[in-house]
Design a protein around this ligand. Structure first.
Ligand code: S3P
Length: 182
């Protein structure tokens, strides 16, 4: 598919580690901006007709990443979206350029303890189904921090903030950011 390089970014994209609240914040943000919320994981699940854990079992992480990149690129012609993404989307070479081409990229960052609390007892994240989920999380985080930094226009620390508070703050910076580019 040909790459679309925009002069005026027109979407808001939320990136960040698992359980940082990307899809909840996207839902809270979209109506106030008059945008539509879309979630790359939900698009993948819809396309495959099965949950992410089953997709990982059947085609592995590499297979999942292939579908994730396809779903992301298919959003390129669309506008006025708040796009929440899977935590590993920045690991595929090429996806960072696509994310940045789609619009303003906001990194939701949380501390490991907050993330651990949020994922406790939840078996929907295949990469944390290990003997030592905290260690797996720390390793993934260490490998990804620099990639989130490269992809992001702005970073928000989410610890202690509700999704409504986050949505309010992000909407304000998005308005300023978009206004500076029109
Ligand atoms: C992943 C994060 C998940 C999902 C998949 C892989 C990751 O999304 O895409 O389990 O590699 O960090 P969330 O960030 O919404 O949990």
């Amino acid at each position: 598919m040909a790459k679309i390089i925009r002069r005026t970014p027109v979407n808001l994209i939320l990136i960040g580690f698992m359980a940082t609240g990307k899809s909840t914040v996207a839902q809270a943000l979209a109506p106030g901006l008059g945008f539509e919320a879309v979630d790359t994981d939900a698009l993948i699940v819809g396309r495959a007709g099965k949950p992410i854990s089953e997709i990982f079992e059947e085609i592995g992480e590499e297979g999942f990443r292939g579908v994730e990149s396809e779903v992301l690129e298919e959003l390129l012609p669309r506008e006025r979206l708040v796009i929440s993404t899977g935590g590993g989307i920045i690991t595929r070479p090429g996806n960072i350029e696509v994310l940045r081409s789609l619009g303003m990229v906001i990194w939701l960052n949380a501390g490991i303890d907050v993330i651990m609390d949020r994922v406790a007892g939840n078996d929907e994240r295949p990469l944390l189904q290990t003997d030592d989920p905290r260690k797996s999380m720390e390793e993934l985080m260490a490998g990804r921090l620099e990639l989130y930094r490269q992809a992001a226009d702005d970073c928000v620390e989410v610890d202690n903030l509700s999704s409504e508070e986050l949505a309010y703050g992000i909407a304000e910076s998005a308005r300023v950011w978009f206004a500076g580019r029109h």
